[in-house]
Design a protein around this ligand. Structure first.
Ligand code: NDP
Ligand code: MG
Length: 385
């Protein structure tokens, strides 16, 4: 069997590192040809050496310079546009998209144009530009494979099923660390507390998004675009144990679920080998140890992000890109202790209310909506001072 040639975007992050953990176990099937990140050149140098990568890219040019010095034998690309350049040069079989935020969108589009399959962890591009990404994938005739555990769950349940037979998808949410907090307690939450997620170890942005439930809002978009569903067909259910990763309800009333340990290496491995199943040594789920699984409806009062995401999705046009950008800005401010936890949905709602929508037909339109949001919120911050 030929090696599958893989390029990992966001190699130094939580998903990127776990992807390398999986790849390490299959040296005869998988080969890392390229690695990309933002600025962590030290880790990228180690990874490139360990996996004998052909090339690496860093968005930060100064970091790229340091990487060139540290790894003279490695072909190094440096600067924002070079994330696209490395995709073109390597022309891999599969691109793992694991950058965080909208920064991942241009290299994803390039990968699709190059007719590479894309294993997608990076959800923000599907929120802000779901139509563009999925149209590019179907035009190129390539696969978009989900890594996000909930989307992978539905993808697995749907193997052998017809999408027309889907009545709805039940998207499970751990509820985040503050599921049982009152509204008053929520406004006191600090960045440090929010970074302490009960079941998943993730990067800072997605951890805060999990605490506000915006992460679940974003996953509604992922479900919509990956499977061509309507927003109304996607229902969120709180499930603290993170064992059932999501469910599909079919038109005959049958409900299919995917269960597993809360371990991202499971969906990562499925995406890397799809449609094949490979043996592994990962811990197995012991249902008797788990004991009970609980489910509850989310509280819309405490977690307005879920409603904001749904409204932005239904309203369409440039609203989803504004939702995404406002969340990126608000989460960054929260992490810098500049705003309270409950200011996150407040600022997002304010941006959505002030926005004059326009139709989104290309990447420039996405950037325009993104920039409008950053300027608008920047102005609010300036007025506050
Ligand atoms: P991390 O913050 O851990 O990692 C982000 C990665 O992206 C790092 O490699 C970082 O490089 C790189 N990066 C950030 N900005 C840029 C940029 N402008 N250009 C190039 N590279 C950049 O994030 P996660 O791994 O947790 O999440 C990645 C994506 O996957 C997110 O979209 C998240 O929502 C999604 N996801 C994550 C899950 C998880 O369990 N972690 C689960 C499901 C989805 P550097 O290290 O140099 O800064
Ligand atoms: Mg998820």
């Amino acid at each position: 069997m030929e090696h599958k040639r893989i390029l990992i975007m966001g190699a130094t992050g939580s998903i990127g590192r776990q992807t390398l953990d999986v790849i390490e176990n299959y040296p005869d099937q998988l080969q890392v040809v390229g690695l990309a990140a933002n600025s962590n050149w030290e880790l990228l140098a180690q990874q490139a050496e360990q996996f004998q990568a052909e090339a690496a890219a860093l968005a930060d040019e100064e970091a790229a310079r340091q990487l060139r010095e540290a790894a003279p034998g490695l072909k190094v690309y440096g600067g924002d546009e070079d994330l696209e350049e490395i995709v073109r040069e390597l022309n891999p079989d599969l691109v793992v998209a694991a950058i965080s935020g909208l920064a991942g969108l241009p290299p994803i589009m390039t990968a699709l144009e190059q007719r590479c399959d894309v294993a997608l962890a990076n959800k923000e591009p599907l929120v802000a530009a779901g139509q563009l990404v999925t149209t590019a994938a179907s035009r190129a005739g390539v696969r978009l494979l989900p890594i996000d555990s909930e989307i992978s769950a539905v993808f697995q349940c749907l193997q052998g099923e017809q999408i027309e037979d889907v009545e709805k998808v039940l998207l499970t949410a751990s509820g985040g660390p503050f599921a049982d907090y009152t509204k008053a307690q929520l406004s006191e939450v600090t960045a440090k507390q929010a970074l302490d997620h009960p079941t998943w170890q993730m990067g800072p942005k997605v951890t805060i998004d999990s605490a506000t439930l915006m992460n679940k809002g974003f996953e509604i978009f992922e479900m919509k675009w990956m499977f061509g569903l309507e927003f109304e067909q996607i229902e969120v259910v709180i499930h603290h144990q993170s064992i059932v990763h999501s469910l599909v309800q079919l038109r005959d009333g049958n409900l299919l679920a995917q269960l597993g340990q809360p371990d991202m290496r499971l969906p990562i491995q499925y995406a890397l080998f799809y449609p094949e199943r490979m043996s592994n040594q990962l811990a197995r789920l012991n249902l008797a140890d788990v004991g009970s699984l609980t489910f509850a409806a989310p509280d819309p009062e405490k977690f307005p992000c879920l409603r904001l995401a749904r409204e932005a999705g239904r309203s369409g046009r440039s609203y989803p890109a504004v939702l995404n950008a406002a969340d990126e800005v608000a989460v960054a401010w929260f992490l810098q202790d500049r705003i309270d936890f409950m200011d996150i949905p407040r600022l997002i709602e304010q941006a959505l209310e002030e926005h004059e929508p326009f139709s989104v037909n290309n990447l420039t339109d996405v950037t325009t909506a993104d920039q409008w949001t950053r300027d608008y919120l920047g102005q609010i911050a300036a007025d506050r001072r």
